[in-house]
Design a protein around this ligand. Structure first.
Ligand code: ZN
Length: 430
């Protein structure tokens, strides 16, 4: 079989890998780039009002025959590893008849993003797949493996064809709340791997603050115990591991976890996938209503849900009264300064910044300094540390290891054996 990494050999984001046999063509991930060719941040707005052909000329869309809406279909299937936009964000351009395989969790989260963010997705021909349940796309056999990652229900893929076996790691780690999945794959790895495509997001990046998700939870607990004012948590509402850590910390310290309507809806939708995800009506959870979110939910989903979430609604008065007993989920948007204004004496209140530090802007730091909010970074990476990448590569023991989803492909040669660095669009026969 032949492999072409259309994007991702030298960058994080915009992942797109094609695997083909004489009969079949499968694409793995079709992500939005995070950087432009000059490595400056990519702005998704630059895609607006441009035709597929224009976007191909600008190298924003990879030149793949039979993939797009405006041509005859030649791609047999697309596999999506997880619900981060840098892995699925260009799906809007693909031919509507191409089946798109993904986990149930990824499907829910991708649909929610389409409702609540400007990246609206048209109808996708999605097919749900389960961990370890193999299926075939003509002569290619595919086995998904659920992996530990900051995106919920993320998958890696084993692809078999022409007597060869290729493993695509997707994004993964070994230190999240699902670290057992990592240990499991290390202790019983798929055998005889001819080619491993492995992510390396953490290579060349600084040490992470907390070694794992459990250490993050412990620090949240300590902060809540010591709090004499409201505490804020800045994190993605789709980072389910982090929400679980925060919720558990709230239970242990008997604090109220105040989420918003959007988060209540995310958790609600995922309740069909796992019974262990905290819900809006669970003990110590309350919902703060914001008009913009309520309008979206009522307008695009159902007004009934608002009545439903209303049973656990919390108002600013109550938040103010018990502010040293509150952990409030927030983001730096136009609403945040209004929340701070409605809190008596916000000075000294803590903001746990629980996302990649690249998102911590000078503007936000200045705002906190001005209002007396104290920022503390409480975070653990969504991606495997170099030592976990090493054990993963050692366990899978591939004949060839190809770097992907990394800015430091060169570092692979120092850390792993039998590394082959490809260029984007360079064909490679497995
Ligand atoms: Zn990811």
């Amino acid at each position: 079989m032949e492999l072409i990494v259309h994007r991702g050999t030298q960058e994080i984001g915009g992942s797109c890998v094609e695997l083909k046999t004489d009969k079949t063509k499968v694409l793995i991930d079709f992500g939005m780039p995070l950087v432009k060719p000059d490595k400056e941040p990519f702005d998704a707005k630059t895609l607006a009002n441009k035709s597929i052909e224009e976007l191909k000329d600008l190298k924003m869309l990879p030149d793949i025959k039979g993939l797009y809406k405006n041509e005859d279909k030649e791609i047999d299937a697309i596999l999506i590893s997880h619900s981060h936009p840098d892995h699925y964000g260009l799906l809007n351009y693909v031919h509507p008849e191409i089946p798109v395989y993904m986990s149930q969790g990824a499907k829910e989260l991708i649909e929610i993003s389409s409702i609540f963010t400007p990246n609206k997705l048209d109808k996708v021909n999605s097919k749900i797949i389960d961990s370890i349940k193999s299926f075939n796309i003509d002569d290619i056999k595919i086995t998904p493996y659920t992996v530990d990652h900051s995106a919920f229900d993320a998958l890696a893929f084993l692809l078999e064809a022409d007597g060869k076996r290729l493993f695509y790691s997707g994004d993964f780690r070994g230190h999240g709340r699902k670290s057992k999945l990592f240990s499991k794959i290390i202790s019983k790895p798929p055998k005889n791997i001819d080619c491993l495509l492995m992510e390396g997001s953490t290579l060349g990046r600084e040490e992470q603050l907390y070694k794992d998700e459990i250490a993050v939870q412990s620090r949240i607990e300590e902060i809540l115990k010591a709090a004499d004012n409201i505490t804020f948590l800045f994190t993605s509402s789709q980072n389910i591991d982090r929400l679980v850590s925060a919720y558990k910390a709230c239970l242990k310290t008997d604090r109220l976890f105040v989420i918003d309507i959007y988060t209540a809806y995310v958790l609600d939708r995922l309740s069909s996938v796992s019974k262990h995800i905290p819900q809006f009506d669970w003990r110590n959870v309350r919902v703060k209503f914001y008009k913009n979110q309520a309008d979206i939910l009522a307008g695009k989903v159902s007004e009934k849900l608002l009545y439903h979430y209303n049973s656990k609604k919390i108002e600013m008065d109550e938040i103010n009264k018990q502010r040293n007993k509150i952990l409030m989920l927030a983001r730096f948007n136009s609403i945040f300064p209004r929340i701070i204004k409605s809190i008596n004496n916000p000075a000294g209140a803590k903001v746990m910044f629980s996302m990649w530090e690249g998102y911590l802007t000078d503007e936000f730091k200045e705002y906190c300094a001005k209002t007396g909010l104290v920022i503390e970074q409480v975070h653990s990476s969504g991606h495997a540390k170099p030592e976990d990448l090493k054990s993963f590569a050692r366990a899978l023991n591939p004949k060839v290891l190809i770097p992907i989803h990394t800015f430091y492909a060169d570092k692979y040669k120092e850390l792993f054996d039998r590394v082959k660095i490809l260029k984007d669009n360079e064909p490679f026969v497995v």
